[in-house]
Design a protein around this ligand. Structure first.
Ligand code: TTP
Ligand code: CA
Ligand code: CA
Length: 631
């Protein structure tokens, strides 16, 4: 239910001092007993309290903790020649992620530089080597993943009743609305029952809120950043709303779990607390590190208006550029005069999303992701391409070690996990690729040798090991992945059926056109082509593609939001897209297998898919899509 704006009479004039302009008319909605007692908490709930909690200089903090280095010492994490994480003491020397490691060292000669762990052939575990070499080693993020999982577990255990969505390796959204609601009723028991004389019964507004002391709860973003009397304004309970009370309780809970994580695991985290995900994320970086910031509704207009809109996620690319060009403007405030009608006329129906974001409105939900990973990919971009078939084994062994570790890690959580298939994929850039997959036999103990043997077999079938035969493509990318990972409880019934399937199946990606009767090959081929086209279409500086359109079913497969998030590197996005791609192929493959006429056939003729619904014409996308995919 939408909340109408508060009428002034309710506050007997007190709230009038903060009358806001028309663009931000929902800052102080009427909150009724019905809102408070509703069991169905929707994103429109006026007492929503959302946090985004992000670890400070995460990989650097992981290394600092692992090595027992004093947190005051400048430390960076290096990956080959670049820096991927810079701790706060190092930032004081002007070092940033943009620096090369040797330039950083010039800025701060006592800088501690830790190269990220890498796998080398033959080792089951990644290690920290003196001189890792991109030509032979592969980066391992396993340690960071494990530390990330520990932090997530502490969120889960420390915040019962809160919805938690892991948003990237080092951050999570937390919806505090439900636990805050409970705390409100516990702390202010008079809210539990609708007073007999309430004029509109359960739809009566709540009584005026109590004053709040923000002491120890974090940095409160000022309502008027430039006003001298800010201190007084903040303490002025005339401006306090029940939404502020909700935010302050969320801040209490957030502060406690941050302190627990710091005490137990050693990591410092920063959080932003506001009425929705978008604002929570923006607020999280207000005061870093080791801080939390609270954005009260009344502080939204002055916080948002001066913000360059191209800094907002999804407005950083073409859409933001188009808006900037169309109106010759920079900040969110500059865009406020544009009416919804005009925006939709110029940028399509969906641009209502932009219109609302500029006004601090975001109704997206905090959704917990399924704990079960369905696929795992270990992949390597080869600085020096593989030029001989015999060179494949090296990379397969390296990738197999990573998959072993990750599957075994996952099995610690769910012991019955096993992957339905293993896929080997090779590519030349993103333009040409081949992959081959085979069922992966169930085994209680998963070892790198077992996985490498399966990988070698696929390599043999795809490429062979005969160095006298030329490679089909110049291999610049090798990936080994598990797909269809399920726990044996749900997977067991399929095992038998699965072993009846052909022992392996070739999925080749060639540059031919899709025929009307689509096969698995063709599906893979057209998705690969689409993916490569998207890569080309996006400007080089912009982020990696976050979706592909399956040429077979016409469905758009998008990466989950956390991966789309700008802060995972492009490499990670590419890998994730490759996993998604493989998983989607796997889905079609499974569908095709289920339609196979006889068992054990080597060459599979697939029945055509049912007639497709009319596809969205990708060549001329309309509306907002124009700005996401180039014509
Ligand atoms: P961020 O949260 O963006 O950065 P950070 O945690 O290092 O620093 P901050 O205190 O400002 O939040 O990214 C989390 C980790 O993800 C980071 O420690 C390293 C990794 N990462 C990359 O590997 N490549 C990248 O381009 C970025 C942005 C992050
Ligand atoms: Ca971070
Ligand atoms: Ca982050």
């Amino acid at each position: 239910m939408d909340s109408p704006s508060r009428s002034n009479s309710l506050w007997k004039g007190k709230g009038k001092a903060k009358a806001t302009d028309v663009d931000f008319e929902d800052l102080n909605p009427i909150i009724t007993y019905r809102h408070l007692h509703s069991h169905n908490l929707s994103p429109r709930d006026p007492l929503r309290a959302i946090a985004l909690c992000d670890s400070d200089a995460f990989y650097a903090a992981c290394e600092q903790m692992r090595l027992g280095v004093d947190p005051a010492i400048p430390l960076v994490v290096r990956q080959w020649d670049s820096l991927i994480a810079v701790n706060y003491p190092a930032r004081k020397f002007g070092i940033s992620r943009m620096d090369r490691w040797d330039d950083a060292l010039k800025k701060c000669p006592e800088l501690k530089i830790v190269h990220v762990a890498t796998y080398k052939e033959g080792d089951a575990e990644p290690g920290y080597w003196e001189k890792p070499d991109t030509r032979t080693h592969k980066v391992s993020l396993d340690y960071y993943r494990r530390e990330s999982a520990k932090i997530y577990t502490m969120f889960k255990e420390g915040l019962p009743g809160a919805e938690i969505e892991k948003a990237s390796i080092d951050e999570a959204f937390i919806d505090f609305t439900r636990p805050v609601r409970e705390k409100l009723l516990e702390r202010y028991p008079y809210l539990a029952t609708v007073p007999d004389d309430a004029p509109e019964g359960i739809d009566s507004p709540l009584p005026p809120p109590p004053p709040i002391s923000w002491d120890g709860l974090g940095v409160v973003v000022p309502i008027h950043p430039t006003a001298d009397e800010e201190e007084q304004l903040l303490e002025d309970d005339n401006l306090t709303t029940w939404s502020d009370v909700a935010l302050s309780i969320a801040a209490e809970m957030m502060g406690k779990v941050r302190a627990d994580i710091h005490a137990t695991l050693g990591y410092t985290l920063s959080a932003g607390i506001a009425r929705n995900k978008f604002l929570a994320k923006l607020t999280a970086s207000y005061r870093k590190p080791n801080n939390q910031s609270i954005l009260r509704n009344y502080a939204i207009p002055d916080y948002l208006k001066p913000m360059p809109f191209q800094k907002i996620r999804f407005l950083g690319g073409k859409l933001g550029e188009a808006l900037a060009r169309e109106y010759d403007v920079k900040t969110c405030g500059d865009l406020l005069p544009i009416s919804l009608e005009e925006m939709q006329r110029k940028f399509g129906e969906d641009s209502i999303w932009v219109y609302e974001i500029l006004r601090g409105i975001d109704r997206s939900e905090v959704k917990e992701k399924s704990a079960l990973t369905k696929s795992m990919l270990a992949s390597k971009n080869l600085a020096e391409p593989v030029t001989k078939p015999s060179e494949g084994s090296h990379w397969i062994r390296v990738l197999a070690a990573e998959l072993t570790l990750r599957l075994n890690d996952a099995r610690e959580q769910s012991p019955g996990l096993w992957p339905k298939s293993i896929v080997l994929s090779i590519r030349q850039g993103w333009h040409l690729g081949r992959s081959k997959q085979a069922p992966f036999p169930f085994s209680r103990t998963v070892t790198a040798d077992l996985i490498a043997a399966a990988g070698d077999k696929l390599w043999k079938e795809l490429i062979g090991f005969d160095d006298s035969k030329p490679l089909p493509i110049k291999i610049t990318h090798v990936g080994l992945s598990f797909t269809g990972i399920a726990s044996t409880e749900s997977g067991q019934r399929n095992i038998e059926g699965f072993f009846k399937a052909p022992d392996s199946m070739k999925i080749e990606e060639r540059g031919t056109k899709r025929k009307s009767s689509a096969t698995t090959e063709e599906c893979a081929e057209s998705t690969a082509i689409t993916a490569s086209r998207i890569v080309k279409d996006l400007d080089p500086g912009a982020s990696s593609p976050t979706y592909f359109d399956c040429g077979r079913c016409g469905k758009r497969m998008s990466l989950p939001d956390d991966i789309c998030d700008a802060e995972v590197g492009d490499d990670i996005k590419k890998q994730a897209l490759a996993v998604l791609h493989t998983a989607h192929e796997d889905f079609h493959l499974a569908l095709d297998l289920s339609r196979m006429p006889e068992e054990g056939t080597k060459t599979v003729k697939f029945r055509p898919d049912p007639p497709k619904k009319k596809k969205v014409r990708r060549s001329e996308p309309g509306g907002i899509a124009r700005f996401l995919v180039k014509k």
